[in-house]
Design a protein around this ligand. Structure first.
Ligand code: AN0
Ligand code: CP
Length: 324
């Protein structure tokens, strides 16, 4: 595996989950694989879980880890080619990327959607430039349109807790005061479809996701109806995807908040959310604190999904290191 930005990169999902569960039992089986290898993690946006779990995963593999917060202490980076750089941006991404690549063996990038220009976001400009110009294997730590490390952890979690071969998994939109990207729901749908679970997506009219991720027949606009018989409820907010209101908040209707009354309609479903979560907007205290809430084991599995991904990228490296 030379890059990791979507579900196709990981190949066979059964094999990936089996590898994850094996690693979970013995996290330190591959400490030699990463010896004298360096991971550079680059953050254009905030993070708690991704930063810590990915660093831990790399340390489990014996790697050295460097973290760069682009917005704290680095030069402000220009990303557009052809601009006259007479503003506040002191360095261009086109120099910064190969320079960063020269100091490491593998690169992880977090770069959220700007939510201003749909075409730009859906072209995944930043991550694609890292892939093209760094000369290193690159993995997404949440890019503009996807968050595959999260979805892989979600898949591992569902595999651990499911009691039927093909569970009913419901992705529900829930209210949030600020505009959020579609990356998490896009990837979640992509991975759940690839796993061939029964996926139902519920959201208010206007919140339809990219049809490349969610087919129209998978949408149920009535949230309560969608919850009926569900084995897993996966809550997430996202902003509008449609051209006419891309990146906008169309509703903050708290009738969409996940509460105990709605959970009672399900097949005693587990509750999931990628975190960070706003309590009593997305989900009530009662539901997130209930014994059916998986948010903590789900977050813990981020270490495991990251470790499988970094292990596979390490295995793809040629024997010559960047210092040779
Ligand atoms: C981000 C998002 O919705 O994409 C990160 C989630 C992992 N969430 C927020 O910015 C609150
Ligand atoms: N779920 C997730 O990616 O969390 P962070 O934004 O804290 O990394």
């Amino acid at each position: 595996m030379k890059k990791f930005t979507n579900v196709a990169d990981i190949g066979d999902l059964n094999a990936a989950v089996a590898e994850a569960l094996e690693i979970k039992k013995n996290r330190f089986a591959y400490t030699e694989l990463g010896r004298n290898k360096t991971l550079l993690m680059i953050f254009f946006n905030s993070s708690l879980r991704t930063r810590l779990s990915t660093q831990k995963a790399a340390m489990n593999l014996g790697m050295n880890v460097m973290v760069l917060d682009v917005n704290q202490g680095a030069w402000k980076l220009e990303t557009e080619r052809g601009v006259v750089m007479d503003g506040d941006k002191a360095e261009h991404l086109l120099e910064a990327i190969p320079v960063m690549g020269s100091y490491c063996d593998i690169i992880g990038v977090r770069s959220f959607a700007g939510l201003k220009n749909k075409e730009e976001d859906y072209q995944e400009r930043v991550v694609e430039q890292f892939i093209k110009y760094s000369g290193r294997p690159v993995f997404s730590m949440e890019a503009a349109t996807g968050h595959p490390l999260q979805s892989f952890a979600d898949l591992i979690t569902i595999e651990e807790y499911k009691t039927t071969a093909r569970p009913k998994v419901v992705l529900t939109w829930a209210p949030h005061p600020k505009a959020l990207p579609q990356a998490v729901p896009n990837s979640f749908a992509e991975w759940m479809n690839a796993a061939d679970y029964e996926l139902v997506v519920t959201h208010p009219v206007g919140y339809e996701l990219d049809p490349r991720f969610v087919r129209s027949e998978q949408i149920e606009y009535d949230q309560r109806k969608a919850f009926e018989g569900a084995d897993f409820i996966y809550a997430k907010n996202w902003s509008a995807f449609a051209d006419e209101n891309y990146g906008q908040v169309l509703s903050v209707d708290r009738d969409w908040t996940v509460d105990s009354q709605k959970m009672a309609l399900t097949n005693n479903a587990y509750f999931m959310h990628c975190l960070p979560v706003r309590r009593n907007m997305i989900v009530t205290d009662e539901v997130i604190e209930s014994e059916r809430s998986l948010v903590i084991p789900e977050a813990a599995n981020r270490e495991i999904s990251a470790q499988v991904v970094i292990k596979r990228l390490l295995e793809s490296l040629e024997t010559v290191s960047c210092n040779d």
